[in-house]
Design a protein around this ligand. Sequence first.
Ligand code: GA4
Length: 329
Amino acid sequence: MVVLSRPVLDNFSLIETSETTANPSTVIPEIDLLDPHTGNLIVKACEEYGFFKVINHGIPVESVTKLEAETIKFFELPQSEKDKTGTSTLNPFGYGNKRIGPNGDVGWIEYLLFSTSPQNCLSNFPGNSEIFWTLVNDYVSAVRHRLCGVSEMIADGLKIRPMNVLSRLLKDQKSDSCFRLNHYPPCPEHQAFSGQSLIGFGEHTDPQILSALRSNNTSGLQICLRDGTWVSVPADQSSLFINVGDSLQVMTNGRFRSVRHRVLAGSLKSRVSMIYLGGPPLTEKIAPLPSLMEDGEEGLYKDLTWCEYKKAAYKTRLAENRLSLFEKS
Ligand code: GA4
């Protein structure tokens, strides 16, 4: 008898997904950025899902396709070349392969993580760095601009002033934002042997204010609904997907939902995504926006600065509920 051995996918989480996956017809809210009166719809989406899809975002297709092509070129470099910009326990920025964060999380992924602060720039960037840098910077500027626009629509929808109450944090020269390019390689071995799902990026919430994701046409992203079921987000390379992060949940005193999300890998096609994670300056206090608080309303979380929250986040495992560490008892 021939016994086929199972391919080694050591250390990779395989999960049963069928029981927890919601009806695929669950509708992801869609926002048309050409419609100037969408503030209320965005607010509703942030309250209910912490997540929405943006169409007509206006980021030039050329900027996206060129960056995607250069990203693919980077991930095609020999492993030894990519490892030269590797992350370390002390420095999360650079190239990472299978390890996510400093606390033992793994996924079927390789990535490049950039800080948008000049002092954290990658110094030994391989490949055709000049071109790559320009494309990254152009894309980051464009996506930051859209996210600022969305933040102003949120302020409008919440009827709070000034309109730039959130966008000023993302625009600030000292804004502590980051950008990641993720590559989820195909995994044919997994396809052949398993009825389960292979985790590309494990479930988590983003610590920042708002994140904007764009991917190629390979699916994999899932979001968790309020009732705990997971919904697959159909891939759409021409749209942006925006999610609320922990900081915005705090700033809205729990009104907005920092959405738990994950990426399932193991498909026959590569998934390539680019995510801009908009954070405030390190010294900024993360606290409920005063104009949102009703008379006598108590803050749900202890006082914290973004620097303190980020430090605490880096001590946690990916799936942990980080905000619960700061809940007032
Ligand atoms: C999740 C959101 C962003 O991708 C990220 C991630 C960061 C990392 O990959 O280094 C973290 C994760 C993220 C939250 C908890 C800590 C930090 C890995 C991890 C286990 C870049 C971020 O800012 O927080």
